[in-house]
Design a protein around this ligand. Structure first.
Ligand code: NAD
Ligand code: 6OH
Length: 484
């Protein structure tokens, strides 16, 4: 049985306790994972502190950027191994891990390595009241040790989305990947070693949240900032923990995203795009659409076309090239999604498609699959329309006017993403600008330029990452004012 260990100060380290890493496609145990207790988390933070003061702290921006490109080279060299590990841990189709997760991990290192070299400094020439001049300029400094806590849905992609800019800015990091998906963060440790990243710069501690590695990391007084992607409730718990020491936080949290389809949309493009927005990664992307609003004139034909799309998705073994839909991440998460499938019926939904557990007649029956599911007929106040389910499921509702649909889309405590489908670009711009979210797509979904701001409003998060927004979060600015 494979064992997955913590990575502290350049060494792989066992903890006192272990937990199982389970393959969600068939319930088999892939590996035993070493859990980091409070002492191991402390060693990881101390190693990161030391590296900050010595090896890493002494490198210039260009040297750091060169090393980050070597990490990207290493990710590309280990492409097959990373894809296999991500597929086994998450159950996502191999086609998705190969086209999105792993290439994007390498791209994260390249983009932030290049960006930090190009990043300028603010400066202002100031006239003083006595008629003289002063020069202000700001210098960028690392925050120190950054604690990085990530979820299981896009494990390596979301981890590197934070590790790359944090290191580019000269910080050192302690990462706590999700307990469900510990493998790729650990392979990345080997890649860091091979690339010549000094010991202590990238540390990995494994474990759970409360009373385990996640909480120990956020409680640690020598961690200077915390960046977190995951559930809104977890974000709230972390915020409480870090409040005592007033650490900067960046939170990318949950969503209950709307897709708005106008009667003048390119119908096939909208069905295909919304099919992805609802079902990609078995609906386990924070940006997925769980609320679809369709203009009444095309409502019936749109629902019928989305149903055809859902029912022709190839569900099966994630390791097979043609598979489009894998399992959910865990038995526990499947129970949560199925509880919403039951609730939808209790709330009076019409089940257009799915709503149950599929049967394969082989080992996949031990996996955590659910059918892709479409509901109609719920009131906007229903819990299934208000709460994040995080599965391959949506509710489709009709609308009659632009004003009505803008109000429905914005009537949520979340505010992560929206998509608008129309061939009237004037309307596309107008409606997009009314969305209370961090990201709005028009005639596309999940089309991401890594330089653009990423984050959410309300329960969907605090702050923005992406491009210069990441560099600004992961660095402290010291403004220097010189009397001339
Ligand atoms: P989660 O909040 O359960 O766990 C995320 C991480 O936090 C895990 O590593 C977990 O061990 C850790 N954790 C849990 N409790 C903790 C605590 N008290 N202190 C410190 N760490 C703790 O989220 P998940 O189930 O892994 O991921 C799914 C959720 O993430 C969904 O809500 C989804 O919308 C959200 N998400 C958001 C984004 C985004 O960018 N906005 C991206 C991906 C996922
Ligand atoms: C959340 O589940 C997905 C976030 C994705 C990104 O930040 C991205 O740009 O790929």
């Amino acid at each position: 049985m494979e064992s997955i260990q913590n990575y502290i100060d350049g060494k792989f380290v066992r903890g006192k306790r272990e937990f199982a890493d389970v393959n969600p496609a068939d319930g088999s145990v892939i590996a035993q994972v070493s859990e980091a207790d409070r002492d191991l988390v402390d060693s990881a933070v101390q190693a990161a502190r030391k590296a900050l003061q010595w090896e890493w702290g002494k490198l210039g921006v260009r040297q750091r950027a060169t090393l980050l490109h070597k990490v990207a080279d290493g990710i590309e060299r280990r492409f097959d191994c990373l894809v296999a590990a991500e597929v086994a841990d998450t159950g996502k189709p191999i086609s998705l891990a190969s086209r999105l997760d792993v290439p994007r991990a390498a791209a994260n290192f390249r983009v932030f390595a290049d960006l930090i070299k190009a990043a300028g400094l603010e400066s202002f020439q100031t006239e003083t009241p006595d008629g003289r001049q002063a020069l202000n300029y700001a210098v960028r400094k690392p925050l120190g040790v950054v604690g990085i806590i990530t979820p299981w849905n896009l494990p390596l992609l979301l981890l590197t989305w934070k590790v790359a800019p944090a290191l580019a800015c000269g910080n050192t990091v302690v990462v706590k990947p999700s307990e469900e998906t510990p493998a790729t963060a650990t392979i990345l440790a080997e890649i860091m070693q091979e690339a010549g990243i000094p010991s202590g710069v990238y540390n990995v501690v494994h474990g759970f949240g409360p009373n385990s590695a996640g909480e120990f990391l956020t409680q640690h007084s020598d961690v200077n900032a915390v960046t977190f992607t995951g559930e809104s409730q977890t974000g709230a718990a972390i915020m409480k923990t870090v409040a005592a020491s007033v650490k900067p936080v960046s939170f990318e949290l949950g969503g209950k995203n709307a897709a708005i389809v106008f009667g003048d949309c390119d119908f096939d493009e909208a069905v295909s795009g919304i099919g992805d927005a609802v079902f990609l990664n078995t609906g386990q992307v924070c940006l997925c659409a769980e609320r679809v609003y369709v203009e009444r004139g095309i409502f019936d034909s749109f629902v019928a076309a989305l149903k055809r799309k859902a029912e022709t998705l190839r569900m099966g073994s994630p390791a097979e090239v043609g598979t489009e839909l894998g399992p959910l991440i865990s038995a526990q998460h499947r129970e949560k999604v199925l509880s919403y499938y039951r609730l939808a019926r209790e709330e009076g939904a019409t089940v257009v498609s799915g709503g149950a557990v599929p049967e394969f007649g082989n080992s996949l029956d031990n996996g955590f699959y659910v059918q892709p599911t479409i509901y109609t007929g719920l009131p906007e106040s229903a819990r299934c329309v208000k709460e994040e389910i995080f599965g391959p499921v949506c509710h489709v509702a009709p609308f009659d006017s632009e004003e009505e649909v803008v109000n429905m889309a914005n009537d949520t405590k979340y505010g992560l993403a929206a998509s608008i489908w129309t061939t009237n670009l004037k309307r596309g711009h107008r409606v997009a600008q009314k969305m209370n979210v961090g990201i709005t797509w028009v005639n596309c979904w999940f089309l991401r330029d890594l330089r653009t701001p990423f984050g959410g409003a309300g329960l969907s998060g605090i702050g923005r990452e992406g491009g210069m927004h990441s560099l600004n979060f992961y660095s402290g600015l010291n403004n220097i004012c010189i009397r001339l």
